[in-house]
Ligand binder design. Structure first.
Ligand SMILES: O=C[C@H](O)COP(=O)(O)O
Length: 253
């Protein structure tokens, strides 16, 4: 089977953004509406408090919206948490799951990440499952072991490859200005695709979009996005300003 993987550029605002930041959403939407949008999917993941307002602004321009996390249960007594259905109801199409900041700050295990991905799928959302090694793990030569085991434990089996997105984010590259070499990125993405094949079933690996994340910015986007098996980016800091985010989108122009 031949798969066409449409590039996906996702902006993760993390815990940043008050209502005043909706002007940036407006600028992204205006910039994207005038761009050759057929080349890529564009996604913004603002904090949940801004999701519905951001959706009202950006969805008409063809920009997708996403959450940054969801609970593994569909509803219930979980004070402070957000269900996948709530995200969908507020206009989300995607949800980031298992980001390294949640794995570290909230002790999220692979099993919990998989349960959250399943909850997202059940609500009709596309989970963006995040994996990546720490600096110590890379220096110990364990990067592939760690990423392979995160994929095996976090990616729910039995789904069509276009229902799931994987994000490879080396933890040491997040917010540091450091990036792996294009050769390292190619090696890890190729490896991740092999492991996805094992997780999802024979022939399915080539259908999954694999995003690279970690210090992507306008000046390095074109080089990183041209690497084999890189199907887009998950961008943190450089997604907060519309100009930077749109400049990264221009990597596919
Ligand atoms: O989710 C996004 C990543 O953690 C990358 O963040 P960054 O672009 O600020 O390095």
């Amino acid at each position: 089977m031949t798969f066409v993987r449409r590039p996906l550029l996702a902006g993760n605002w993390k815990m940043n953004g008050l209502r005043a930041a909706l002007t940036e959403v407006q600028r992204v939407a205006a910039g994207f509406a005038g761009a050759p949008r057929s080349r890529i999917d564009l996604l913004l993941c603002p904090p949940a408090t801004l999701l519905a307002a951001a959706s009202a602004i950006a969805a008409p321009a063809g920009v997708f919206l996403g959450g940054q996390d969801c609970h593994s249960e569909p509803s219930g007594a979980h004070t402070g948490d957000i269900s996948a259905a709530m995200l969908a109801d507020a206009g989300a199409n995607f949800v980031i799951i298992g980001h390294s900041e949640r794995r570290a700050d909230h002790g999220e295990s692979d099993a919990l990440v998989r349960a959250k991905a399943l909850a997202a799928l059940a609500a009709g959302l596309t989970p963006i499952v995040c994996v990546g090694e720490t600096r110590q793990e890379r220096e110990a030569g364990r990067a592939e072991d760690v990423v392979g085991s995160q994929i095996a434990g976090s990616v729910p089996p039995g789904f069509a490859p276009n229902r799931i997105v994987l994000a490879y984010e080396p933890v040491w590259a997040i917010g540091t200005g450091l990036t792996p070499t294009p050769q390292d990125v190619a090696r890890m993405h190729g490896f991740a695709r092999e492991r996805l094949e094992a997780a999802l079933g024979a022939g399915q690996g080539p259908g999954v979009r694999i995003l690279y994340g970690g210090s992507v910015k306008p000046s390095n986007a074109r080089e990183l996005m041209s690497v084999d098996d890189v199907d887009g980016a998950l961008v943190g800091g450089a997604s907060l300003r519309a100009d930077d985010f749109l400049a990264i989108a221009a990597a596919w122009a």
